[in-house]
Design a protein. Structure first.
Length: 194
């Protein structure tokens, strides 16, 4: 079952969902966009992005796994301060959410999982925010890595702290036993734990 905006706020209040920093319905002066949709909450782009260095002699062998070790040392990085990163048509970068997301496996219900989805207004410009990795499993803790691609015809300016995707939260029907994700506790868009 997908949680409504009211249920998402209740999950945050009870500790079943942790977003840090916690989204505020409005800016302190009472103005600004509300980060809640009817069944989602917006997440914002963090300050660091990275991409595979041009011309790297890399072959991705899907049988081997360990992709965080493959991409980490072969990436260029940029911290977004003041100026945007201009994502050119046909280019791909990894980013992360500013928010740390945690879906703790507690003794009591509810147990939650989530999906990260792009924003339709950005998709209409040709920007894809994730490929086939929308699931955030129960027990996950960390910023969400975003696989950002410009499929459009025009450059897209990426600024930190702007809404980039939405988190859709779902109830899990029974208590999960553990989370062994290779990206558990990640702090870097590549999956490295720095």
């Amino acid at each position: 079952m997908i949680l409504s905006n009211v249920s998402i706020q209740e999950a945050i209040d009870s500790g079943a969902l942790i977003l840090d920093p916690e989204p505020l319905p409005r800016t302190p002066n009472g103005h600004g966009d509300c980060p809640y949709q009817t069944s989602a909450v917006d997440l914002t782009l963090g300050e660091e992005i990275c991409w595979i260095k041009e011309g790297m002699p890399i072959t991705v062998d899907l049988r081997k796994g360990g992709f965080n070790k493959l991409f980490g040392p072969n990436c260029e990085r940029r911290t977004l301060v003041g100026e945007p990163h201009v994502l050119q048509p046909g280019k791909f970068v990894l980013g992360k959410t500013r928010e740390l997301v945690e879906l703790p496996i507690r003794e009591e219900e509810p147990w939650l999982a989530a999906r990260v989805e792009g924003r339709s207004s950005y998709a209409r410009c040709g920007m894809l925010v994730h490929f086939t990795a929308p699931t955030i499993h129960s027990g996950f803790r960390g910023p969400i890595t975003l696989e950002i691609m410009n499929f459009g015809r025009y450059p897209i300016c990426l600024y930190p702290n702007t809404p980039i995707c939405q988190l859709i939260v779902e109830r899990v029907d029974a208590k999960p036993f553990r989370n062994d994700s290779q990206f558990q506790g990640q702090t870097d868009p590549t999956g490295e734990k720095r």
